[in-house]
Design a protein around this ligand. Structure first.
Ligand code: AMP
Length: 429
């Protein structure tokens, strides 16, 4: 099968790496990819994965490429092409593609849509309201004593959620989004949720329009610095499984979310093929969904795909064709930990082009895989090319072993200004 993967981050490297292990994969491209993706080879025939310089949002060029190469399965990593309707475009042109269509991608592209959907179908979520008028929004925030999360409706590069501790902060946040229009059209409407306290975890379920199969739990680390200090980032590390839900509890929580979600999808004509990724807060009153994403998490993918034992081509194929009920997900019982190495200054300004040393030594360590994110080749040398640079990932018989293995690998890798968290998975230990 000829496969095209779209995106350039650690998530996409993990997808390419896992797809390349399938005997079904005969040729693979990634648009635009990164230096690590370009080093992958297909297990079946040793052909290299080819990176092509087409941006993930350039739908017309991606379509033309897929038609020219007669791609048999296109796999979408990031949220933006989904929100732009890449799935609808490819399907209209008779091409097989994995991911939710534009209507189904609204679970991520519109927080107002998701909040209303959760309330309509009884999915456990925060007390919330949706607003376009600042005065009415401020009254609602006051009813929560200003302790709330103010969220721009649309995609805002992960920056559209403002956490407020009091009414002054809430009014400032509401004004920034609705009045000053700092997020443009993505902020024409907002969701205000009560502030929830508890342990935050990530859920993933693979869906085929009728069936949703839940993954084990994982936990991201959003803040830049140890002990959850510093600014919010795209994610500085993950581990799976987490000890916060037993298997029985996970099943119960999964049912409480996915059963009404599937019922709602059927009633609203949402044909969702892809990953539903609910962000979940485990509060003292029970689990609450904070938001839905409509794609694999990054860096959750790195820990999930190092544990997944199924053939990923077969799994995605079943998700496209509505045959997930025939597949049983199989997971390596080992724990996986991913530590993101980022450029100095991230998530603020940072420099690019720093040579990365020690990669060869790190990958020689047992049970270690180094996924690339912001990397590129410059004069035959791998250099930094983004905020999040690498997702160093290790498997171990338990979390403590995996954590020791991953930090041993991180120590081998150096680039100017490299920063990473030293406490990934510590909450579980
Ligand atoms: P979201 O993109 O909606 O998941 O929000 C980004 C981050 O903001 C989440 O990962 C949480 O850490 C935090 N957050 C969002 N909503 C709430 C809430 N209602 N209460 C507390 N924290 C929240």
């Amino acid at each position: 099968m000829k496969i095209l993967v779209i995106g350039s981050g650690g998530r996409e490297h993990a997808l390419v790496w896992k797809l390349a292990q399938s005997p079904h994969a005969t040729q693979m491209w990634c648009a635009p990819g990164n230096a690590g993706i370009a080093q992958e080879r297909l297990v079946k025939n040793s052909l290299p994965v080819e990176c092509i310089s087409i941006g993930a949002d350039d739908l017309p060029k991606l379509l033309a490429f897929a038609q020219e190469k007669k791609i048999e399965l296109t796999v979408i990593g990031p949220d933006n092409p989904l929100a732009l309707g890449i799935v609808d475009l490819f399907q209209k042109n008779g091409l097989r593609i994995w991911g939710p269509n534009q209507k189904a991608a609204q679970f991520e592209s519109s927080k107002v849509f998701s909040q209303n959907f959760m309330e309509k179908y009884g999915i456990p979520t925060a007390r919330a309201g949706t607003f376009s008028d600042a005065t009415i929004a401020k009254k609602f925030a006051a009813s929560l004593n200003g302790k709330c999360a103010v969220k721009a409706d649309g995609l805002a590069l992960g920056k559209g959620v403002l956490i407020c501790a009091n009414q002054t902060e809430a009014e400032k946040a509401i004004d920034e989004i609705l009045v000053a229009k700092n997020f443009g059209a993505a902020g024409a409407n907002i969701v205000i949720q009560e502030f929830l306290e508890g342990m935050e975890i990530s859920l993933h379920a693979i869906c085929d329009g009728k069936t949703a199969k839940l993954f084990p739990t994982s936990q991201d680390h959003k803040r830049a610095l140890d002990d959850d200090k510093g600014l919010n980032t795209g994610g500085m590390g993950t581990y799976s499984p987490t000890p916060f839900l037993s298997e029985a509890e996970l099943k119960k929580v999964g049912d409480a979310i996915l059963n009404p979600w599937l019922r709602g999808c059927a009633e609203e004509g949402m044909d969702f093929h892809g990953i539903l990724y609910p962000g979940l807060m485990l509060t003292k009153n029970g689990p609450r969904v904070l938001e839905f994403n409509a794609r694999f998490g990054d860096p959750e993918t790195q820990v999930y795909l190092t544990r997944l034992e199924n053939d990923l081509v077969e799994l995605l194929d079943a998700s496209v064709s509505g045959k997930l009920d025939k597949i049983e997900l199989k997971w390596n019982p080992a724990a996986s930990v991913c530590v993101v190495m980022a450029s100095g200054g991230y998530p603020g300004n940072y420099e690019k082009g720093k040579p990365i040393r020690g990669l060869d030594e790190a990958v020689k360590l047992p049970n270690v895989k180094v996924f690339h994110a912001g990397t590129t080749l410059k004069r035959n040398e791998i250099v930094t090319n983004g905020g999040r640079v690498l997702g160093v990932t290790a498997l171990g018989k338990d979390l403590r072993t995996a954590q020791a293995a991953v930090y041993a690998a991180v120590e081998k890798i150096q680039f100017d200004g490299a920063q990473f968290r030293h406490d990934i998975a510590a909450k579980a230990l």
